[in-house]
Design a protein around this ligand. Sequence first.
Ligand SMILES: *Cc1c(COP(=O)(O)O)cnc(C)c1O
Length: 225
Amino acid sequence: MAKPLTLEEISARLKAAGPVGASPARLLAVSKTQSVDAIRALAAQGQRHFGENYVQEALAKIESLGPLDLVWHLIGPLQSNKCREVATHFDWLESLDRPKLVPLLARLRPPQRAPLNVLVQVNIDDEHSKSGCAPDQVLPLCAQVAAASGLLLRGLMAIPAPVPDMALRRAAFRRMRALFDTVRTQYASVDTLSMGMSDDYELAASEGATEVRIGSAMFGPRSTT
Ligand SMILES: *Cc1c(COP(=O)(O)O)cnc(C)c1O
């Protein structure tokens, strides 16, 4: 594995890769399996947004890093029995993929907190992955989120199949961008398209991602996942 990239290196690459005239994609640092100290070190360099996959693991980190006022995103699959923790402790949910969770999250979001920012996760390759809703379900699910109190629809997220053929990945990113543009014309709150990971974030940025989610390229390889 290549040497981990610094925040400056990643932001320079994101700036270079993105469409001319657009603001560079935001970096979501994917800190699953990483230590509190590793997160603290990045936060000390100015990184604000962190992504976690497992609710239980994230809660301990959110708790111990509370004073740093970081912005926490859940990017892993969400079970209905974890909605309370997510609604209570996270700032963003990027993996909403079914209608059933919407009323639960809306009811459980504490009224004194800002609305939970929500991305609808799309299964853009329609393949074996069970995560994400089908593309034809995106608009109904967005409408449901937009109408729910305590939730703020911010956009879409996808994890395209990690195929070696980069032309296929580019095509998936383009389909996501087209869906995103459709959703964005309907909801003023929508501004976020989260796609691209360690091995394809520059490609995703060039296809109009507004957020990329990077773990191993920045932290080094994970011992477990
Ligand atoms: C783990 C993970 C990432 C980051 O993966 P890397 O390849 O380590 O950059 C991004 N998004 C999701 C949803 C993940 O689960």
